[in-house]
Design a protein around this ligand. Structure first.
Ligand SMILES: [Zn+2]
Ligand SMILES: [Zn+2]
Length: 388
C-alpha cells in the first residue's frame, strides 16, 4: 500500500489503495463509487469504518443540503461522502501519533474545529468560527465529518486524534455508534446549562437525542425526569431509559398544566426541546419555573412564535446547542461503559453498507418503527469471525 513513510501501518490491517464510498449527486441521489483511501496527516489517524448510524441530519443533508457545506456551498455533485455517526478500528497512524494504537476500537466525534479561533480555544469547537473553511486559500483545517468533509458512508476515513473516543470491548459496534448522540445530550445538559443533580427535567420529543437526553439526565441525578411525545411505543422506551413520567401530549388537554401537576404544582428547572414542533419552544418556556433553563436541540421548520415578555419577566434562560462540544462524548461513553443506561434500546435495525439506500428508507419513513438504523461494513464482520 502506498501510505507515505512516516505513516505507521500494521500487517494485520492491510490497507487497499481504493475503497467503496457512497457519493452524493443531485438531492436524494447516492451512488456507490471507488475513491482513494485517504492518508492521515499530522495528528490524524486512519479509521477503518465498521459501523455507522443514520441520523436525521444525514437525511437533511442528502435531500436538502444544509447544514452540510462543501467548498463554501451546497454538498451536491461535489464527490462528497456523507455520514457522521461512525465507529471503527484504527488502522494507520499519521506522523508523530502515539495517542492511539493500531487495532484499537474507537468511536468518532463529528467536529474537529480549526483549533485556532476563539471558540475552539474555549473548547466550543462545534461552534468553530472557521466552520467549513478547509479548502483553497482559506484552508483553516476545520473538519466536520459528513458535514464539511467526507464522512463515514465508506470503508476508511481520516480523523483528528481529538475527535476519537476509545470504545470498551464490552460495547458492541452498534452501541458505539450512539456515543455521539448521547454526547450531544450530555453537552446540552452539563456544559451549556449546568444541570445540577436533583433538579427537575422535561425532555420534549422522543427522537434519538430526546431519548438519550432522558437517559443522561437520569444518570446525572435529575429528579423527576419527564418525557413528552406523541408515540406511545417511543415513550415506553423512554421509561426504560429512566423517565419517571411520560406524557402523550395527544391524551392531555394542556401539556404545561400536566407537567406542573407531575412536578408537585411547579414548573421544572430545565427543559430540553428535541421535538421541533411549532409550539414546542413557547410551551417549553411555560414549563420551566422562574429562572429556569430551556435548551434547544431541534431545528423547527418555520420560525416559531414565543412570548418573549414571559421570558423577560421570569428571567428564563434560552440557548441553542450545536453538536457534541467540550469532549462531552468522553463522559457519555463513561456512562455507557458503566451500563448506567442501555443506549441499544434505541437501535432498531442493521443493514450492510451496500444496502445503505434501503437503510435510509427505513430511517426516513420509520419503517417497522425504526429509530436508529445502523449500516455495517462486511470487513468488520469477517474479522470477528476470523478471530473466533
Ligand atoms: Zn447526527
Ligand atoms: Zn475554530
Amino acid at each position: 500500500m502506498a501510505m507515505p513513510d512516516k505513516v505507521k501501518t500494521h500487517a494485520d490491517f492491510p490497507i487497499p489503495d481504493t475503497m467503496k464510498a457512497w457519493v452524493l449527486g443531485d438531492p436524494g441521489e447516492l451512488t456507490l463509487k471507488d475513491k482513494p483511501v485517504p492518508v492521515p496527516k499530522k495528528a490524524e489517524v486512519l479509521v477503518r469504518i465498521d459501523a455507522v448510524a443514520i441520523c436525521a441530519t444525514d437525511l437533511e443533508i442528502i435531500y436538502h443540503g444544509p447544514p452540510a457545506q462543501i467548498e463554501g456551498g451546497a454538498p451536491h455533485n461535489k464527490n462528497f461522502t456523507p455520514g457522521h455517526e461512525y465507529m471503527g478500528t484504527v488502522v494507520a497512524l499519521g506522523p508523530g501519533v502515539d495517542e492511539y494504537e493500531i487495532g484499537e476500537r474507537v468511536t468518532v466525534e463529528i467536529h474537529a474545529g480549526c483549533g485556532q479561533c476563539k471558540r475552539c480555544r474555549e473548547g466550543m469547537y462545534t461552534s468553530c468560527h472557521n466552520y467549513g473553511q478547509n479548502y483553497g486559500d482559506v484552508d483553516k483545517g476545520h473538519r466536520a465529518n459528513g458535514f464539511t468533509t467526507d464522512g463515514g458512508f465508506c470503508e476508511y476515513q481520516v480523523n483528528n486524534i481529538n475527535t476519537l473516543v476509545h470504545v470498551d470491548d464490552s460495547m458492541s459496534d452498534e452501541e458505539a455508534t450512539l456515543v455521539v448522540t448521547a454526547g450531544t445530550a450530555m453537552y446540552g445538559l452539563t456544559e451549556l446549562g449546568g444541570l445540577v443533580a436533583g433538579e427537575s427535567v422535561v425532555v420534549t420529543g422522543p427522537g434519538p437525542i430526546g431519548l438519550l437526553g432522558v437517559a443522561v439526565a437520569k444518570a446525572l441525578g435529575a429528579q423527576p425526569v419527564i418525557l413528552t411525545g406523541t408515540r406511545d411505543n417511543r415513550l415506553e422506551i423512554g421509561k426504560k431509559l429512566g423517565a419517571d413520567y411520560v406524557v402523550n401530549v395527544r391524551n392531555v388537554d394542556d401539556t404545561v398544566e400536566e407537567i406542573k401537576r407531575l412536578n408537585g404544582g411547579k414548573g421544572v428547572d430545565y427543559v430540553v426541546e428535541c421535538s421541533a414542533a411549532s409550539n414546542a419552544i413557547n410551551e417549553a418556556c411555560q414549563m420551566v419555573n422562574r429562572g429556569g433553563k430551556v435548551c434547544l436541540a431541534a431545528f423547527p421548520g418555520e420560525p416559531p412564535e414565543v412570548d418573549v415578555a414571559h421570558l423577560v419577566r421570569n428571567n428564563i434562560y434560552v440557548y441553542g446547542i450545536r453538536g457534541e462540544g467540550k469532549s462531552a462524548t468522553h463522559r457519555a461513553e463513561a456512562f455507557m461503559r458503566q451500563k448506567r443506561f442501555d443506549a441499544t434500546l434505541i437501535h432498531t435495525h442493521t443493514f450492510d453498507m451496500e444496502d445503505l439506500k434501503e437503510a435510509i428508507r427505513y430511517a426516513k419513513d420509520r419503517v417497522e418503527d425504526a429509530i436508529k438504523v445502523v449500516v455495517k461494513n462486511k470487513h468488520a464482520q469477517s474479522q470477528k469471525i476470523a478471530a473466533e
